[in-house]
Design a protein. Structure first.
Length: 248
């Protein structure tokens, strides 16, 4: 998932499930070098939900303190982008298995506010610069997400996330690569726009978003967390490639 940058990784590069304190501290102090504040807030919120949903009865006090730290960081970055979002006063981080049934209901207002802000910003940018087809697909993705409450609905969210990436590929995809090779066209575009290790990191993000969208689309039993992550990831990729497109 795209929430992985918020967790410490092991020697093989896999997330351990422990929040990265240094990355949280960096975000509290200033925007991160590899993520816009809005993208950081969305992925951090997903990471908090992923972390808390995995709690079992008896989760340690240290785990709860880490979660509170992540919530305070989310509060700060939301304020920095101009959103009055409260994620610290009412969210109970006491732990336990029962939390898995409640966490998203409590985080959803913040999630919806961030998505609404992202929608406004992106719609304004796309309208100003001739990407109306992508905006239409994002609107349909938003509609599918709002209506989804069954595995079938969540699969539909994955399908719409795929359509967003396909339409993005049509707009900016590298020439000379067949139009049906969406991921390769997007990766080729990044090769045209950037180089070195930074480009490698960006390409990993695109690949994760692409795989996540297709995974939810074809999953026999997707859940709300997976579907929401796929939707957020697809829109983040549009925003990221829009920034690269603007550098021309």
């Amino acid at each position: 998932m795209l929430s992985f940058p918020w967790f410490v990784v092991d020697d093989e590069g896999f997330p351990t499930g422990e929040f990265d304190r240094d990355r949280l501290e960096m975000l509290r102090c200033a925007p991160l070098p590899d993520q816009r504040d809005l993208d950081a807030a969305l992925t951090l919120l997903d990471a908090i939900g992923e972390w808390v949903e995995g709690w079992e009865d008896g989760t340690s006090d240290e785990g709860r303190r880490l979660t509170e730290d992540a919530l305070r960081t989310l509060q700060i970055v939301c304020a920095r982008v101009g959103l009055d979002i409260d994620v610290t006063s009412n969210l109970d981080v006491s732990g336990g298995r029962r939390r898995s049934y409640e966490v998203w209901d409590m985080l959803r207002p913040a999630h919806d506010a961030l998505l609404a802000y992202e929608r406004y910003e992106l719609a304004r940018q796309l309208e100003d610069t001739g990407w109306p087809a992508i905006r239409v697909e994002i609107e349909e993705l938003r509609r599918a997400w709002r209506q989804a409450n069954t595995p079938q609905g969540y699969s539909s969210v994955g399908n719409h996330a795929v359509r967003v990436l396909e339409t993005l590929s049509d707009a900016v995809g590298a020439q000379g690569i067949p139009i049906n090779q969406t991921k390769n066209r997007l990766l080729g575009f990044l090769d045209e726009r950037a180089g070195g290790s930074a480009n490698g990191d960006l390409k990993k993000v695109v690949q994760h978003a692409f795989d996540l969208a297709h995974g939810v689309k074809h999953d026999r039993d997707p859940d709300r967390l997976k579907a929401g992550s796929a939707a957020s990831a697809a829109i983040m990729i549009v925003s990221m490639l829009w920034s690269a497109h603007e550098q021309r």
